[in-house]
Write a protein that binds this ligand. Structure first.
Ligand SMILES: *Cc1c(COP(=O)(O)O)cnc(C)c1O
Length: 414
C-alpha cells in the first residue's frame, strides 16, 4: 500500500528537520499522544526528571540554608542573563526571573506609568489593545484606577493584532505607557515590535512588551529594538513547568529611574542589613520583592540549554514550517467542513500557533482530549494548535489534524 501523501510528506519533513533529535529529549515524546498545547504548558524535558530530585537530595537536603549564599541568591540573575542571551536579545544585567507574569507586569507597568507621569503630568494614559490577554487588560484598568490615569483602548481584528497605524492613532502627548503582546495569544499575530516601539517612543511614551507567547519560539532582540521593559512566561515555550516564575527585562538605561511598587527586602540595596528604611538596590535586584521561587526555576534551565544549542533562528525556521504545514492541512482537510484559519496566513506575521475557527470547536476540544489529542480552546469558536518547535514533529501534526477532522465531522454530522 502506498502511504498517504500527507504521511509521506511529514516523513520527508521530519527526516530533513535539523532539530528533529530534540523531540526525544522530552517526556512522553515516544507515545502516540499528540500535544498541540506547548504554547500554554510545555512538555517537561527528560533532563528535568533527574534535575528535580537531585536538587532536593543534594542542594536543598545537603546544603540547607547555606544554599542561599552558595548559589540560590544569584540564580534569578544568572538564569535571567541566560534568557537574555539565548532568547530575548538582552545584554547581561537587564533580565531577572522573579514573580508570576501578572505580578511582574504589574510592577513594571506601574513603575513605567509613575516615571512618565512624574516627568510630565499630562501623560495619564495607558494604551493597550482590546484583545490583549485578560491579565494584561485587567492590570491596566487597575493601575489606571489606582493612579488616577486612563485607559486608551486599541480595537483590533481578532484574527490579527495591533498594526503600526492602529498604534499611531492611539498614542500622543497624553500617553505614559504602551502595553502590547509580541505574539497575540488568540490569533498568533506577530507584532512588528521594533516599529511599534519606535512609534510609542516618537510619541514620548515608554513600552512594556508581553513576551509570553513569543519567548522561545520567535527571535526577540530587545536591546536592538530599543524596547524599554518586557515580561515573559517560562512555562510555555521555555518548559519551566506549571507556575514556573516569569522573567522581567528592564533596559539598563532606565533601571535607576524606575521605582517598582512592591518594596520588599529582596529588592533592597543591602538585603541582610535589615535596615530601618527601604532603599532600592542598583540594577535588576530592585525589581525583586520577596524570596525568589528557586524550585520553580530549575526546569527552565534544561530548555534554555536546548535553545542555546539549537539557536533561536533555527527554532523559528522550524516553527514557521510547522505552522505552514498545519495551515495547508487545515485548508485541505478542514476548510471543506467550514473551518476557517483565524490566524495570519503570512508566516511573517504569525507566531508559533495557529487558531482554527468553527462553531463546534469547544466540543471538538473536549472530544480530542478524551483521545489524547491536546490542543486548547479560546472563544469565540477558536481551536488553538500550538506547535512547540523543539518537541513537535511533522508526523504529530498530521495525526492531530486528522483527529480534528474526525471530531469536526462527528460533531457536525457530515
Ligand atoms: C500566559 C500568559 C500570561 C499568564 O500570566 P500568569 O501570571 O503567568 O498567569 C500573561 N500574558 C500573556 C500574553 C499570556 O499568554
Amino acid at each position: 500500500m502506498t502511504p498517504d501523501p500527507w504521511d509521506a510528506e511529514a516523513q520527508r519533513l521530519d527526516a530533513a528537520d535539523p532539530l528533529h533529535g530534540f523531540r526525544d529529549r522530552f517526556v512522553g515524546s515516544e507515545t502516540p499522544l499528540v500535544y498541540f498545547d506547548g504554547n500554554s504548558l510545555g512538555r517537561p524535558p527528560k533532563a528535568t526528571v533527574d534535575r528535580l530530585p537531585a536538587f532536593v537530595a543534594e542542594q536543598w537536603g545537603g546544603r540547607l540554608i547555606r544554599g542561599w549564599d552558595e548559589s540560590w541568591m544569584s540564580l534569578p540573575f544568572e538564569i535571567g542573563d541566560e534568557i537574555g542571551r539565548s532568547v530575548i536579545g538582552a545584554a547581561p544585567g537587564q533580565t531577572v526571573v522573579g514573580d508570576s507574569t501578572t505580578v511582574l507586569l504589574y510592577k513594571l507597568l506601574r513603575a513605567a506609568f509613575d516615571a512618565r507621569h512624574a516627568e510630565d503630568p499630562a501623560r495619564v494614559e495607558i494604551v493597550v489593545d482590546r484583545d490583549n490577554f485578560p491579565t494584561d487588560r485587567y492590570l491596566v484598568e487597575g493601575i489606571a484606577a489606582e493612579r488616577g490615569g486612563r485607559v486608551r483602548w486599541i480595537d483590533v481584528d481578532l484574527s490579527a493584532g495591533v498594526t503600526a497605524d492602529g498604534l499611531a492613532a492611539a498614542v500622543g502627548p497624553e500617553t505614559a505607557v504602551v502595553l502590547l503582546s509580541q505574539v497575540a495569544y488568540r490569533s498568533g499575530f506577530l507584532a512588528d515590535t521594533a516599529t511599534l516601539t519606535r512609534i510609542a517612543h516618537d510619541a514620548g511614551a515608554l513600552t512594556v512588551w508581553d513576551l509570553c507567547h513569543s519567548a522561545g519560539s520567535v527571535p526577540v532582540a530587545l536591546d536592538e529594538w530599543g524596547v524599554d521593559l518586557a515580561v515573559g512566561c517560562t512555562y510555555k515555550y521555555l518548559n519551566g513547568g506549571p507556575g514556573s516564575p516569569a522573567f522581567a527585562y528592564v533596559a539598563g538605561r532606565l533601571q535607576a529611574s524606575l521605582a517598582q511598587p512592591i518594596q520588599g527586602w529582596m529588592g533592597a540595596a543591602d538585603v541582610f542589613s535589615m535596615g530601618p528604611v527601604y532603599a532600592p538596590a542598583d540594577g535588576m535586584r530592585r525589581f525583586l520583592s520577596g524570596t525568589p521561587p528557586i524550585i520553580g526555576m530549575l526546569a527552565m534551565q534544561d530548555t534554555l540549554a536546548m535553545i542555546a544549542d539549537a539557536g533561536i533562528e533555527a527554532i523559528r525556521a522550524k516553527s514557521t514550517a510547522l505552522t505552514e504545514f498545519a495551515v495547508r492541512l487545515s485548508d485541505e482537510l478542514l476548510a471543506p467542513l467550514g473551518v476557517a484559519v483565524a490566524s495570519p496566513r503570512d508566516p511573517a506575521f504569525r507566531g508559533g500557533h495557529v487558531t482554527l475557527s468553527h462553531p463546534s470547536m469547544r466540543e471538538v476540544t473536549a472530544r480530542l482530549w478524551e483521545h489524547d489529542v491536546i490542543p486548547d480552546y479560546r472563544d469565540p469558536g477558536g481551536l488553538r494548535i500550538g506547535l512547540s518547535p523543539l518537541s513537535t514533529s511533522f508526523a504529530e501534526v498530521v495525526d492531530g489534524m486528522r483527529a480534528v477532522e474526525r471530531a469536526v465531522r462527528g460533531l457536525s454530522g457530515t
